[in-house]
Design a protein around this ligand. Structure first.
Ligand code: GRF
Length: 193
């Protein structure tokens, strides 16, 4: 596995709110020579986000923003991202909905990973809803972020089978494993050097 210097790569910010397992997989990917991105900052709305530990492990700057005042938080984030010359945002389990104005500022440069086969099951509790609906398959989707929730152009999807005995927890675990592979693949698809 060749490590790259990161100097000519797309400067990327990853936004998280929770455990950050996708962040971890993106950081590992970013260190490969073939990766078109470097991860330069981690942004969260949640000071208790477990994923923040990866900032420490990999020595990546992290910043916490209080979304109680969303407009202000977004302004501060934009300022920070411009200051760091960030060119791409990867949302990875970020639980806040970004405003139209924010998205406009990074038009075509925000990606998201969602744990369902979009356009099915937008929003929350995707695994519960997929099982309840007696779906045979679910999966994950990497897509561009547009101002409509979970509705931007799809880049890549990965299907998994829903077994008879599946619970939201087992399905979530199964899909998460696929998410860790899909996000890097989607980035390669869009930004391959
Ligand atoms: C993932 O299932 C992602 O698709 C969804 O939130 C979860 C985040 O998991 N948007 P993690 O924080 O990356 O472990």
């Amino acid at each position: 596995m060749a490590l790259s210097t990161g100097s000519n790569k797309i400067k990327t910010a990853v936004f998280i709110s929770g455990s950050g397992s996708n962040l971890n997989s993106l950081i590992k990917f970013s260190k490969l020579k073939k990766s078109p991105i470097s991860i330069d900052i981690i942004i969260t709305n949640n000071p208790k986000s477990k994923g923040l530990k990866f900032g420490k492990v990999f020595k990546i700057k992290k910043k916490i923003f209080n979304f109680k005042k969303k407009n202000l938080a977004e302004k501060q984030i934009l300022f920070e991202l411009k200051r760091k010359k960030i060119n791409l945002i990867c949302l990875a389990g970020f639980m806040k909905i970004l405003s139209k104005t924010f998205i406009k500022n990074f038009s075509g440069k925000i990606l998201n990973i969602h744990p369902s086969l979009l356009p099915k099951f937008k929003g929350l509790n995707t695994h519960e809803r997929a099982i309840k609906n007696k779906e045979k398959y679910s999966g994950c989707t990497v897509h561009f972020v547009s101002s409509k929730l979970d509705s931007g152009k799809i880049i890549l999807q990965k299907k998994v089978i829903i077994n008879k005995s599946e619970t939201p927890k087992t399905l979530g675990k199964k899909i998460l494993i696929q998410e860790h592979k899909l996000y890097p693949r989607a980035i390669l698809k869009v930004f391959s050097l």
